[in-house]
Design a protein around this ligand. Structure first.
Ligand code: HEC
Length: 117
């Protein structure tokens, strides 16, 4: 009986936790992200800026050579596609599966989307 009650309490908690986690997506584009580990600007600067540029314009030597996407242009901001590319890589775009958590990938994806003008 006690175990059953605990289970109910636990599933209630998980439900509440995922409910509370939801609004984080709305803020994933900036540093207010609810996930402590995911500060999108820092993730971007550390992992992406050498190709995509700190301003997202891909005007770095490497970015120009590899034709990295300029995030201020009209690029394809489809979430599933973008997260797939960051996770698995595409041509000269490296995979970040081993470097970043799924949360960090989603967070940095929303950051690069926010650079689109
Ligand atoms: C070694 C250079 C390099 C690094 C580092 C890099 N990228 Fe890229 N990225 C590229 C290149 C090149 C492409 C274009 C790939 C293609 O379309 O052939 C690209 C494409 C992309 C795309 C797809 C854009 C589109 O046109 O749809 C996204 C999103 C992206 N990068 C995000 C990131 C993020 C986020 C990071 C850091 C976590 C990152 N990249 C790090 C080189 C890089």
């Amino acid at each position: 009986m006690k175990t059953k009650l605990k289970l109910i309490a636990l599933s209630g908690f998980i439900g509440l936790a995922s409910f509370l986690a939801l609004p984080a997506d709305d803020f994933a584009g900036d540093a207010r992200s609810a996930t402590a580990a995911a500060y999108p600007v820092e993730i971007f600067t550390a992992n992406c800026a050498k190709c995509h540029g700190t301003d997202g314009r891909a005007k770095t030597a490497k970015g120009k050579r590899l034709h990295a996407t300029d995030f201020t242009t009209d690029w394809n901001t489809d979430e599933t596609r973008g997260i797939h590319i960051i996770t698995n890589g595409k041509d000269d775009m490296p995979s970040f599966k081993k470097t970043l958590s799924p949360d960090e990938i989603r967070s940095v994806f929303h950051y690069v989307v926010s650079l689109k003008q």
